[in-house]
Design a protein around this ligand. Structure first.
Ligand code: TF8
Length: 334
């Protein structure tokens, strides 16, 4: 009898405790959110949106401080800071995650996605989630994908209108074997470098060219040091919003929910904003003096063929399964 009473009281106390806790399960926290592009870029605008949304949903308790221009380090440095628990969050390229989860190289294989609609369906669907979940064992939590976009080529030497024109161009690529193999196979001399070192490498002539979406070419003012733009759309590049797992594990369920909700709202904002910006970017780049070349379909087909060994190598070195899964997911999205 006494025992039954005691356990009823205990249960009641527990219930009260749980309700009281859940009503205030948002602590006051500072979240350092780093990224590589300037504040005045699609990445910077979305970071600001994310911070505002987080503040709104948490009554100002989750305070996100944004640090653009690689102020907290390059993408790879920030990934390591997240893993070590020295930084809470970041957004950056998926391509530089290959040192942590090799399968991420699959997004870098050229000419996979036909358009951003396909990319959204695959990234936001089970394929994108499954790949993100592989990060957890390595100390990172993936929240959402944002759009970096279809990548295009720029250089300071000469117009690139056909594959032979790649020859002799020292081309900065992301630190990722698929990119190195792909551009070497086109005849360029691929130089892997962190994004944070790219502008000065072009300025000093350490490299002649680079490849990025037109939004970045515009916001990072690459037109100041690059004369020739070639529309190649060779890879659709996602960005990924990451959290430190050791930090994320300390969050309450409510905090995680709010974080995810704000990240998704920022994703939707970012994709819309990036797509609008990319429609205007080519004209803006022309007005800054860039010479724009459209690569004809037959040249694109040649590049695709030339890049095949890079894709085969990725598959042969353990990537076959994830590549097949991605191809199936894209086929489904069509
Ligand atoms: C690159 C990427 C960049 C990202 C960004 C700084 O070329 O396209 O957009 O790394 O987060 O490195």
């Amino acid at each position: 009898m006494k025992l039954a009473f005691a356990s009823t009281v205990a249960a009641a106390l527990l219930a009260v405790g749980v309700t009281a806790a859940s009503a205030q399960e948002i602590s006051s926290r500072i979240i350092r959110f780093g990224f590589g592009l300037p504040e005045a870029s699609n990445q910077g605008r979305a970071a600001k949106f994310f911070a505002d949304e987080l503040a709104r949903l948490s009554d100002g308790k989750l305070k996100m401080r944004t640090f653009g221009d690689a102020k907290l380090g390059s993408d790879v440095q920030m990934q390591n800071a997240l893993i070590g628990g020295a930084q809470e969050m970041m957004v950056g390229s998926t391509a530089t995650l290959v040192g942590i989860v090799k399968d991420f190289g699959v997004y870098d294989l050229p000419f996979l996605f036909a358009d951003s609609k396909e990319a959204d369906a695959v990234l936001d669907g089970p394929f994108g989630r499954k790949l993100m979940d592989k990060l957890e064992a390595q100390g990172l939590v993936g929240l959402v994908y944002w759009e970096n976009g279809f990548r295009n080529l720029t250089n300071s030497k000469h117009p690139v209108a056909k594959m032979e024109d790649f020859s002799g161009i020292k081309l900065r690529v992301m630190q990722n074997p698929v990119y190195i193999d792909m551009f070497n196979s086109f005849g360029a001399n691929a130089v892997p470098l962190p994004y944070s070192e790219l502008f000065s490498a072009m300025e000093t002539g350490a490299v002649d060219g680079q490849e990025n979406p037109v939004t970045t070419i515009e916001s990072a003012k690459f037109y100041e040091v690059q004369k020739y733009l070639t529309i190649t759309r060779h890879v659709y590049s996602p960005w990924i919003v990451l959290a430190s797992k050791s930090w994320y594990d300390q969050l309450s369920g409510d905090e995680r929910k709010i974080l995810q909700q704000a990240a998704e709202a920022a994703r939707d904002f970012e994709r819309k904003d990036s797509r609008e910006a990319s429609l205007k970017a080519i004209d803006a780049l022309k007005s800054h003096g860039m010479e724009v070349t459209e690569l004809p379909p037959e040249e694109l087909a040649r590049l695709k063929e030339k890049a095949q060994p890079a894709a085969d190598k990725f598959a042969a070195e353990g990537g076959a399964e994830v590549l097949k899964e991605l191809q199936d997911a894209i086929a489904q999205a069509k």
